[in-house]
Design a protein around this ligand. Sequence first.
Ligand code: KG4
Ligand code: ZN
Length: 339
Amino acid sequence: MVKILAIESSCDETAAAVVGDGYRVYSNIIASQIPVHRLYGGVVPEIASRHHLDAVVPVVDQALKQANTALNDIDAIAVTQGPGLIGSLLVGVNYGKALAFAAEKPLIAVHHLEGHMNAIFLEHPNLKFPFLSLVVSGSHSGVVCAEAPGKYRLLGQSRDDAAGEAFDKIARALGLPYPGGPSIQKAAENGKDIYNFPQALLNEGYDFSFSGLKSAVLNFLNKMNMKNEPYSVADVAASAQSAITRVLATKAVQAAHSEKMQTLVLAGGVAANLALREEIKKLDSKLNLLYPNLVYCTDNAAMIGAVALNKFANKDFADLSLNAQANLPLYYLSKNPQI
Ligand code: KG4
Ligand code: ZN
């Protein structure tokens, strides 16, 4: 029985998990810094690094304890190498390296987005490659053909803001708390999609652009405030959410059709968005639409362990010269090398 200890610290969650054969999750511990960063309306990198330093040792200890596993019984240590905030990544990478060195275990480097795309196996261990993946997090948006473990073909990506970033920035302009995605989703429950915000590149390939939408919302709010005209935050939230999710859903479904994929897997924090799921079902109710449980949509270490299981089987190990990389590219089968 293989058991892997995985560590994730790329942004504002310090996470550790023990996963094993068959994508079994023995423990999945997440120390979130959201309440800290909420004070500033977004993640403050320097504060994030310091909190990772405080949290990493107890979080890893708790993951081992909850899995009822001693470090000696672990077969390999996996860490998120990138992409992410460099100071945050360094904490997880260095602690993982120290543990691997001290316990004489192999070290496995994992790409954060490959982790998001493989999170689905934790609940659907029998899912087979290939499938189409819509990866939508706070810093990346991509339409990806997941061909095989480690083999991904990029069809399109964001040219500017990521989908989650658009949610976060629009929420901030509306005075809604960080993270913006859940706040906008909640506010939108009581609102109507009445404002015609731009849906950039809607039927033009698989690339995204969300910065125009963000500017349109900001301009709208400025105009209303200057004219002292009332507007409903719920209606703006509902309209912005529907502009983002319509573009995401349309491109993902078109890509699934043109690539002849039966299964569409949502990945990353924005995969938690209910309007996105509904929009996709509306466009094609026959697609096998899969999305992880909320805890596996947003950052966690079990998804890092899921990738590491395949790397362990292929003896794809890193050495102790491993370094964190803020812009670590995920190499694709296509010519376009990264998102
Ligand atoms: O994957 P993730 O936890 O971290 C990154 O790798 O960036 O994604 C975080 C992002 C944030 O931008 C957050 O606003 C967004 O996911 N998010 C959501 C929802 N829950 C989280 N966006 C829309 N609707 C949600 N329910
Ligand atoms: Zn993430």
